[in-house]
Design a protein around this ligand. Structure first.
Ligand SMILES: NC(=O)c1ccc[n+]([C@@H]2O[C@H](COP(=O)([O-])OP(=O)(O)OC[C@H]3O[C@@H](n4cnc5c(N)ncnc54)[C@H](OP(=O)(O)O)[C@@H]3O)[C@@H](O)[C@H]2O)c1
Length: 91
């Protein structure tokens, strides 16, 4: 698997995405938790940044649920090649 220097929470710019919000509601989690869990299920190690304690606690609590296969596919479809390094031509 390629190692990509992505920003796991999109720097909080896409947390309001409609699909993401729908899945968050379905799993009873926040959009951030869905993104972090998705990263983990891809076999990557997300390192989200959070200054707020509430965010930190939320981001740690992602090991007691699993996103279903069909929903993973939905999330895969949201890929915008978003990276802290800007546009990546090899993605
Ligand atoms: N940014 C770069 O230029 C850059 C470059 C190379 C590598 N990286 C690496 O990428 C990783 C993270 O990068 P990043 O900080 O740019 O982006 P990020 O982790 O995608 O997003 C951080 C933003 O998300 C917010 N957030 C965190 N948890 C949240 C939650 N549960 N709900 C809602 N919002 C939440 C944070 O807010 P609060 O802080 O207010 O909690 C912060 O505004 C780090 O490992 C970093 O070393 C970053």
């Amino acid at each position: 698997m390629l190692s990509r220097p992505t920003v796991p929470l999109t720097r909080a710019t896409r947390l309001g995405d409609e699909t993401l919000m729908r899945l968050a509601q379905k799993y009873g989690r926040s959009a951030a938790q869905i993104l972090i869990r998705w990263n983990i299920q891809q076999g990557t190690v997300p390192i989200p940044k959070a200054n707020q304690r509430q965010h930190l606690e939320e981001n740690i609590n992602v090991f007691d649920f699993e996103i279903g296969k069909d929903d993973v596919k939905l999330l895969n479809g949201l890929n915008e090649g978003y990276s802290s390094l800007g546009y990546l031509p090899y993605i």
